[in-house]
Ligand binder design. Structure first.
Ligand code: HEC
Ligand code: HEC
Length: 335
């Protein structure tokens, strides 16, 4: 796969005689081998009741042991799906080990988490509820009990999972949240460029795109997300230090999507790099470091991947009221 990508890259590079010519619009037809525009929906699409339920659950603080933390606490939908911290804070207020990746466009990835330990958002969504470093619910049963104590959720799960005798299950909590996440997409100027609207990118951004291809970035950051698959440690070893140090703490590592990357600092799995310029410098091939000018051009290109947030889709819905027992499930732990 690595070899095939490199061959594709070579095909995208200008012929030697043209290297000094002013930048030509890179043909979307050629680029479509490497990058694809966002779909309107990360399929499959669930029934609207399931999506609406997932939206409620995403925002609901009562899904955590302290009843003070929701998915949106770390993946702020108004803030490009991130918390902007180097590493996230757990339900106990302690710093976790890893940087919070964005939930926008995550449904399109073939690997979730920095180490790719879940494949789909469906597989992923149950993990944070029970993770000690995140929402800290002791068991799946506790999640179900809490939700069953809220009358409005019993009706919402029945509407979302029609025909199931016991619709309010931990499994269905994850499915509903994932159904909502499949609509968290952020089309950008680069998508319009790929669709053939050549005026969308400025000359500097086009130069940045050419540099991005020349530097081999697209051998990893490709596809619809410009990332979202797993990287091989051997390929990572070709990058400038100290990016390669990262392979020592993780045996496999997900190539992050570069969509909205201008909005999701700090960078890397440990949040250790504050600026996009420095991150790009670390990503250059060790044998061919990038000049400050080239870095600025690449950063300009990355800006074309910043999309519009779907304001109506992410608007916080009214959440169903507590039943008589709901509050008593909360345990407040002190850091
Ligand atoms: C305490 C902060 C926190 C909370 C709360 C939280 N997350 Fe996360 N999320 C993270 C961190 C940190 C990671 C990366 C963890 C890792 O890779 O080991 C992550 C990873 C993810 C990913 C994988 C994205 C990718 O590109 O790899 C998805 C999807 C996700 N979370 C969705 C959710 C959902 C849905 C909820 C609510 C049920 C939730 N998260 C709650 C911090 C949080
Ligand atoms: C060998 C595969 C590979 C190549 C080639 C590569 N990257 Fe990366 N990139 C990664 C991986 C893996 C990470 C995550 C590293 C980490 O978290 O420690 C990453 C992270 C990034 C990030 C930070 C994203 C975030 O959300 O934290 C940016 C920006 C980036 N790369 C841009 C580039 C650019 C620009 C190039 C070309 C100069 C490039 N990459 C080349 C694999 C690659």
């Amino acid at each position: 796969m690595w070899g095939a990508s490199l061959a594709l890259l070579a095909a995208c590079q200008p012929a030697p005689g043209r290297a000094a010519a002013p930048p030509q619009p890179l043909s979307p037809a050629t680029l479509n081998h490497l990058f694809q525009p966002l779909p309107e929906w990360a399929s499959p699409q669930a029934p609207p009741e399931q999506i609406q339920l997932g939206r409620m659950l995403f925002y609901d603080l009562r899904l955590s042991i302290t009843q003070q933390m929701s998915c949106n606490t770390c993946h702020l939908l108004q803030n490009y799906g991130v918390d902007s911290l180097p590493t996230s804070l757990s339900h106990k207020g302690r710093s976790g080990p890893r940087n919070t990746p964005t939930v926008y466009n995550a449904a399109l990835q073939s690997a979730q988490f920095w180490d790719g330990r879940a494949r789909s958002v469906e597989e992923q969504a149950g993990h944070p509820l029970l993770a000690e470093t995140e929402m800290g619910m002791p068991t799946a049963d506790d999640v179900e009990k809490t939700l069953r104590s809220i009358p409005g959720y019993n009706t919402a799960f029945a509407a979302a999972f029609q025909g199931q005798p016991h619709p309010l299950t931990f499994q269905n909590v994850a499915l509903a949240i994932a159904a909502f996440e499949r609509g968290l997409l952020t089309p950008s100027r680069f998508d319009r460029y790929l669709a053939g609207d050549l005026g969308q990118l400025t000359p500097e951004e086009l130069q940045g795109l050419q540099r991005f291809l020349d530097a081999g970035c697209a051998s990893c950051h490709n596809g619809v997300g410009l990332g979202g698959t797993l990287a091989s440690p051997a390929a990572l070893a070709l990058l400038t230090e100290p990016a390669t140090r990262n392979t020592q703490t993780l045996t496999v590592i997900k190539i992050p999507s570069l969509r909205n990357v201008t909005e999701t600092a700090p960078y890397l799995h440990d949040g250790s790099v504050a600026t996009l310029e420095e991150t790009v410098a670390q990503m250059a091939p060790r044998q061919a470091p990038l000049s400050p000018k080239e870095i600025a051009q690449i950063v300009a290109f990355l800006g074309t991947l910043t999309g519009e947030l779907p304001a109506d889709y992410i608007a916080m819905p009214a959440l169903p009221e507590d039943g008589p027992e709901t509050a008593s499930f909360a345990k407040t732990t002190h850091p």
